[in-house]
Design a protein around this ligand. Structure first.
Ligand SMILES: CC(C)(COP(=O)(O)OP(=O)(O)OC[C@H]1O[C@@H](n2cnc3c(N)ncnc32)[C@H](O)[C@@H]1OP(=O)(O)O)[C@@H](O)C(=O)NCCC(=O)NCCS
Length: 191
């Protein structure tokens, strides 16, 4: 089970292979040691760390997602999730760049209520890493979430992580159905 002490280091899929060969970095003058230092720095930059959010993360979360600042309902959702240890934050190069919230309000099932990555931090693997951490923390055998039909980034991310369609709700946003997804978790943590 994840706790406050748990940090999941998630290498960014497919990006590590782009490390430049020694000769490609600066001709033939770079030493092997310099190359290793640069390689380590590149690897660190390419890593996203996910951990349970704490109260001190409220401001960084609001800096990622302006709605937290302006929308009382969202702010209360974040605060309640932090207090319940059901909010995870992703850090990229040491700064919070996104967050995810789990609730149990979907027919009593584990439900990813919100996944949000700061606009400038997208396509770096943060969304994927947050979902992975939430899945890893589950005691339940399945995890639900939903998104609008029009939300191609989220739909692609969910498909990539093995989520399956689990029904549509057509009466929430006219012309843009809410699609429900489920992932069956074979390795769910036991209670
Ligand atoms: C959906 C969202 C959370 C994705 O976060 P992210 O950190 O950018 O996603 P990742 O970098 O982890 O992407 C993982 C994979 O998802 C898919 N993906 C993510 N964004 C995509 C996009 N804009 N277009 C196509 N595929 C996309 C890709 O397969 C991607 O892998 P790749 O970059 O190697 O191709 C982010 O776009 C977001 O915060 N959107 C606004 C809030 C939202 O709509 N939340 C979902 C509903 S609650």
């Amino acid at each position: 089970m994840l706790g406050n002490s748990c940090r999941t280091a998630v290498p960014l899929h497919g990006r590590q292979k782009f490390l430049a060969p020694i000769s490609a970095i600066s001709g033939s003058t770079i030493t092997l040691r310099e190359h290793r230092v640069r390689e380590t720095l590149l690897m660190q930059r390419r890593e996203v760390q996910v951990r349970l959010a704490a109260t001190r993360d409220r401001k960084p979360i609001a800096a990622c997602d302006a709605r937290v600042m302006h929308d009382l309902q969202r702010r209360e959702l974040v605060d309640a999730a932090i207090a319940a240890r059901r909010c995870w934050v992703a850090e990229h190069v040491g700064a919070v760049c996104g967050y995810g919230i789990l609730t149990m309000n979907f027919f009593g099932r584990a439900f990813v209520d919100l996944l949000y990555v700061a606009e400038g931090a997208r396509r770096k693997g943060a969304g994927d890493a947050i979902l992975a951490a939430i899945e890893h923390a589950q005691h339940e055998d399945r995890l639900f979430t939903s998104t609008n039909d029009s939300n191609a980034p989220m739909r692609t991310l969910l498909e990539r992580r093995g989520y399956q369609p689990s029904g549509n709700i057509t009466s929430l946003d006219p012309g843009d159905p809410e699609l429900v997804f489920v992932k069956f978790l074979s390795g769910a943590n036991t209670k």
